[in-house]
Design a protein around this ligand. Sequence first.
Ligand SMILES: [Zn+2]
Length: 108
Amino acid sequence: MAMFINHSCAANCESSEEDGRVWITALRKIAPGEEITYDYCLYDGGDDEAMCNCGALSCRGTMYSKEEVRRRRAAVKKALKKPASLNKIAKKKRSQPQTGSGVKSAQI
Ligand SMILES: [Zn+2]
């Protein structure tokens, strides 16, 4: 049953697992005809962006949990951080004068 319920960042239900069975529990009163949703709180999706377009005011743009979003941002930040030794090499290259880079013309 849980596989037929869509994700929402402002879900009206939550899911839990007990003795190998998934339980869907209402978080608030649900109006007749209202779609039943729960927050997937994904945490293991590999490279999948798992984008969310649920339309909720509190939509975080992804179906990953807040903790997973924080973990992924930290991993990207760490990957982008360059080692200090590489920065020194880059600065040296930039400060060297350029020679022979252009053809000079002279009037006789
Ligand atoms: Zn959303």
